[in-house]
Every structure is written in C-alpha cells, then in structure tokens.
Design a protein around this ligand. Structure first.
Ligand code: SAM
Ligand code: SF4
Ligand code: SF4
Length: 311
C-alpha cells in the first residue's frame, strides 16, 4: 500500500522523524503541495476494490485542499488512512466523515509535555470530535518510554483500542534520533510490559515495520499474543510517493533520487524494482538472517533495512 505525501511542511519537530529528508520540520508556510493533477495521477494507480488511500506528509492536514482531497477519494469509494500529528484544527475539515467505516485516522502522539497548550487543545478537540475513528500511533525512540498517557487518552476519549507501535528507525545520511542496537532487547521487554498493562483495558498493540523476532524470547512472544497483540516482523517496499511523483522504497531512503511513478505501469512493477535492481545497489551483511529459520520461512523479514545499512 503506497503512502501519498501531499505536503512537505510540518508544524511539529519530532526528534525521531524519518521524513526529514523530504519534510521541512517546524514550518506552517506552504513550500510544496501535491497538485490535484498529481494527486489524480497517483489515484489512477489505485483501485478502490483493492487499495487503501494512505495520506501523509509532512503534516497532511496543512495542505490547503486537505478536506477536498479526502472527500474526493471518499466519494470514489476508497478506504482511507490518514497519518497526522493531530495538532491542527484542519483535521476537522473532514468531521462529516467521522461515522464512515472507510476512514481511520492514525494520530501520532508524543509525550504531552512536548506540546504547547494550543496544540494540546487541538489534539483534545480532535479526540472529542472523532472518538474511535482515531487510532493512536507511538514511536519508541528511547528505551525508558512511558505509555500511561496513551492509555489515559484512549479511555478518556473512547479512541480506537489498537495502538500503532513503531520502533524509531534511522534515516540514511541525515541524523535523526532512533532506537540504538544496544537498547533494542531491553526496549522490547518494556513493550511486552506495555502490552500486559494495556490488555485488561481491551487495548492491544499493532507492530509497524522493522521489528525483529530475535529481539524477543519465545515466552515474550507468547505473552504478546495472549495480550491480543499480533507481533509482525516485516520490512518491505512501502512506496512513499512525494514531490514530482518521485517514489522511494520508504522514508529512510528518501534522500536518494526517487523513481518516477509515471515511468512504471503499476505499483507492482515498482515493488519488483525495489526488491530486485534497487536492492542489488545496497551493501548489506545479511549472514545472520540468511542462517535463520525464521527468515527462510518468511516469519521475519530481518528487521529494518535502513538499520542494517546504518549499523
Ligand atoms: C513521517 S509521518 C507523517 C505524517 C504525520 N505528520 C505523522 O506524524 O503521523 C508518517 C509516519 O511515520 C512515522 N515515523 C516517523 N518517524 C519515524 C521513525 N524514525 N521510525 C519509524 N516510524 C516513524 C510516524 O509515526 C507516522 O506514523
Ligand atoms: S513525525 Fe510527523 S509530526 Fe513529527 S515531525 Fe515528522 S512529519 Fe512532523
Ligand atoms: S530473520 Fe534476522 S532479524 Fe529476524 S529473527 Fe532471524 S536473525 Fe533475527
């Protein structure tokens, strides 16, 4: 499922942000927005019966036609996922869709003390407006992270009861804050604690890409499953489509020259390219995973590719 980057500016400045190569953090003045013509071209590669329209940025709600662009794909019958920091009133341009089964808002929530009071007010108003149409997203970039505020928000505002959990992954070339190799195992232990703490409240965790099976013990994996969390260990071409319809395998590689969407007939052709020709240009020591049974039976993709190259 490709992600459509509709604007490159963002009012936040998350220390771990892996979109830094394309996004101007801490900005609200328009620098680049995807035109409607470009948006239509991207949509022509998608099929409402098969694909979800996944919108992000930067902060997608800052696009001057945010509401119009969402209404358009809604009317076309697409399921829609919006990745947002939730700290703008613009999100409520789509408040009329709040009862739609086809909409899910994935709101990336950081520790509350990183917001000013007006940002926090917008977030709470958005929680009140959309309720369970909002699923929280949380990126772990420090081993000693807290999750109480996520639980409190879900219970208080009746939000969706699955949290998208990401391990903050490194970007190629530019620095971002990310979870270091030496801290991974103990952080996973904390994630299992988090799952156990959330489960009695009916809240489960959803793993984003880049987790590794060997960072957990068998017992921890069993505990996660008992807590309603389905651990996933994937890493594949997500396809992020941005300015000039350039396509990257995923954000950590978005400092590279992208592929032109219109040079390809389909998204599967692009995925084939990134899995084969593009992959051959990368130098990776994959000896540990090549010898691993989880790898050969496709239970684990070997962790984040960007991490493998950086570390
Ligand atoms: C780049 S953001 C853009 C959309 C929106 N501003 C937001 O924060 O959700 C898209 C997604 O990337 C995730 N993300 C950002 N930096 C990351 C990192 N270093 N590792 C893993 N996921 C990350 C965010 O949590 C969000 O779900
Ligand atoms: S993660 Fe999202 S909200 Fe945070 S700086 Fe990056 S684009 Fe902005
Ligand atoms: S495939 Fe690689 S990362 Fe995954 S469990 Fe095996 S050795 Fe670990």
């Amino acid at each position: 499922m490709p992600n459509i980057l509709i604007t490159n500016f963002c009012n936040r400045n998350c220390p771990y942000c892996f979109a830094k190569a394309q996004v101007k953090l801490g900005t609200t003045v328009s620098d680049w927005e995807m035109s409607e013509e470009e948006y239509d071209t991207v949509l022509s590669y998608l099929d409402p019966a098969r694909d979800i329209v996944s919108i992000l940025g930067g902060e997608p709600t800052l696009h001057s036609s945010f509401g119009k662009y969402i209404d358009k794909v809604y009317k076309m019958g697409f399921k829609i996922k919006i990745f947002t920091n939730g700290a703008t009133k613009n999100l409520r341009e789509i408040a009329h869709l709040k009862d739609s089964e086809n909409l899910l808002i994935i709101l990336n929530l950081n520790e509350p003390d990183t917001y000013n009071s007006s940002e926090w007010k917008e977030i709470e108003t958005n929680f009140e407006t959309f309720g369970d149409k909002i699923a929280l997203s949380f990126n772990v970039y420090q081993p000693e992270f807290n999750w109480q505020f996520l639980k409190d928000a879900i219970i208080r505002f009746g939000l969706y009861t699955n949290i998208r959990l990401g391990v903050a992954q490194p970007i190629q070339v530019i620095n971002n804050e990310y979870l270091r190799e030496k801290d991974l195992k103990r952080t996973m232990t904390r994630i299992v604690d988090m799952a156990q703490d959330m489960a009695p409240f009916g809240i489960s965790l959803g793993f984003d890409c880049g987790f590794r099976m060997c960072d957990f013990t068998d017992e921890q994996l069993g505990t996660l499953i008992q807590c309603g969390t389905v651990p996933m260990f994937k890493c594949g071409p997500n396809l992020d489509i941005g300015p000039n319809l350039d396509v990257w395998r995923c954000f950590p590689f978005s400092l590279e020259k992208g592929e032109k969407l219109t040079d390809y007939n389909s998204l599967s052709d692009l995925i084939d390219y990134f899995n084969n020709d593009w992959m051959k240009t990368k130098k990776i020591d994959n000896s540990k995973c090549n010898a691993c049974n989880n790898y050969s039976i496709d239970s684990c993709a070997g962790g984040c590719l960007s991490r493998k190259i950086v570390e």
